[in-house]
Ligand binder design. Structure first.
Ligand SMILES: Cc1ncc(COP(=O)(O)O)c(C=O)c1O
Length: 385
């Protein structure tokens, strides 16, 4: 069995931050307790853990305050909360032509319920700002856009889109799935009304958890998609009015919250800026090593510039099906990567790689330079050069 070299951090990061597995295990084996579900010590300690996670996420993303950090079962849920909680029949909603199905599918469901969709085209793999200026009319209620493409890693012009939305009174929701923990995000400076992030990618935490950071203005317009127990205002039939309880029905995934707390503490102890720099260096190395095979026919997609993207590179093997290339990379070299559409058929249509898709290699701040060198040799071998 070959040693595994992991290049699927865009799907979920591995390894997790130091301390994460231990924190999850400690909660399950020693702690217990759910916030708002008891006055005994373990319940209070769980509430403190949840609060510290809200505070750390709010600090990291320059959010509107810890009570505006809603914990969700993942980034997909956070995006659904916004799209389905805000839009009503007759509304117009805009999105970019590179969106993941976590955005495109809920929007498509809303289109069936009478919401009109407006698609913003890409130019060179990023939202075309001239077209956006034209298409983002003030009668649009919501723009949802990823911060970086999960197919090419290309960073999208979210600061400018945020300005356009602010000028026109459009709510702006950013899908931070590929950028949270990988590049700086400043909700206030970027005029973001709602930011959806997963715990398990760049933040290096566990699966099954995400967060929605949301301004008071947007929260006031949002219907809670899920209703149930919150441990607060239990005498009422309706959901509590206050954040975050209004959008947090049901018992939370405390093992994952404890894991995320450990990941965020580790990130702060290293310095997030330092982690962003390390990931950028790794991204540059990945691009440079894969580009060496371009003369032999390996086709690379995306900006191929570490200043303009996160650590994702999609490729097409000459004369070989992507699934076969990915299979051989794992079987013969131990490389874990991903082939196909990566849940983003729209991006592949825009790139011209639909329906076959691409083979995608992705790094995290904890990837190793020597694994990238190994990957380059493995790709050469699979290409027969
Ligand atoms: C751009 C993008 N948005 C949303 C998601 C959904 O994230 P999750 O599966 O963690 O809910 C992903 C996951 O790959 C993604 O890449």
């Amino acid at each position: 069995m070959k040693k595994r070299r992991y290049f699927d951090n865009a799907a979920t990061s591995f390894p997790k931050a130091p301390g994460v597995p231990e924190a999850v295990a400690a909660y399950l084996s020693q702690e217990g307790g759910s916030p708002g579900r008891g006055t005994y010590l373990a319940a209070q300690s769980a509430a403190e853990t949840v609060l510290s996670v809200r505070e750390a996420l709010d600090r990291l993303f320059h959010g509107p305050g810890p009570r505006n950090v809603i914990l969700t079962p993942g980034c997909t849920y956070a995006l659904n909360y916004v799209i389905k909680g805000l839009l009503r029949p007759g509304d117009r909603a805009a999105f970019s032509c590179g969106e993941h199905n976590a955005v495109y599918r809920p929007l498509s469901q809303m289109a069936e319920r009478g919401v009109e969709l407006v698609e913003l085209p890409w130019r060179d793999g990023a939202v075309d700002l001239e077209a956006a200026e034209r298409l983002l009319r003030p009668d649009i209620r919501l723009l949802v856009c990823c911060h970086a493409s999960n197919v090419t890693g290309a960073l999208q012009p979210v600061s400018r889109l945020g300005e356009l939305c602010r000028e026109r009174g459009i709510f702006f929701c950013v899908d931070g799935a590929q950028t949270a923990g990988a590049v700086p995000i400043d909700m206030a400076a970027m005029h973001i009304d709602a930011l959806a992030v997963p715990a398990h990618k760049g933040l290096l935490g566990p699966q099954g958890l995400g967060a929605l950071l949301i301004t008071d203005q947007m929260a006031a317009q949002l219907d809670p998609l899920i209703a149930g127990g919150t441990g607060s205002q239990s005498e009422r039939a309706g959901m509590p009015g206050l954040l975050p309880d209004r959008f947090e029905a049901g018992t939370q995934d405390l093992p994952a919250v404890c894991g995320l707390k450990a990941a965020l503490e580790w990130g702060e102890s290293q310095g997030w800026e330092e982690l962003y720099r390390r990931e950028k260096r790794l991204t540059g190395h990945l691009i440079a090593r894969l580009r060496e095979m371009e003369p032999d026919g390996l086709r690379l997609f995306g900006p191929l510039d570490r200043e303009k993207q996160v650590g994702i590179v999609s490729v097409d093997f000459p004369g070989m099906d992507g699934a076969e290339a990915a299979f051989r990379l794992e079987r013969e070299h131990g490389i874990a990567c991903r082939c196909g559409l990566h849940c983003a058929p729209l991006a592949h249509r825009a790139l011209g790689t639909f329906p076959a898709g691409t083979v995608r290699f992705s790094v995290s701040a904890l990837s190793r330079f020597e694994d990238i060198d190994y990957l380059q040799a493995a790709v050469c071998d699979v290409m027969g050069i």
